[in-house]
Write a new protein. Structure first.
Length: 103
């Protein structure tokens, strides 16, 4: 599944993606996260699912322009704060036509 940021979500509605992000807060059965490009995304959680850390990669189905239905979460925690600008640069490189054969 492709790795995306919040700006690219609308083009993936109905598809499964990976969203590297930082958990900001929880609201009812959703988490509000900050994607690597700084945009906010709502992640709809099932009652038995939890996010594994503050910096995570969400795997889920895009249900709206800024909404993902949670399937799985991977912990991206390190002993340092994750450089989200660098992560976003990598995400954008995967969509660069020069690297089409690699991704």
């Amino acid at each position: 599944s492709p790795r995306v940021n919040s700006a690219r979500l609308p083009t993936f509605v109905g598809r499964t993606v990976r969203l590297p992000c930082k958990v900001l807060r929880f609201h009812n059965s959703s988490a509000i996260v900050e994607a690597c490009d700084g945009g906010e995304v709502e992640v709809r959680l099932s009652p038995n699912h939890e996010l594994p850390g503050t910096f995570v990669e969400i795997i889920g189905q895009v249900t709206g322009e800024s909404t993902i239905k949670f399937m799985q979460g991977l912990n991206l925690e390190t002993n340092k704060e994750l450089d989200m600008k660098l992560v976003n640069d990598v995400v954008e490189l995967t969509f660069d036509p020069r690297f089409k054969k690699m991704f």
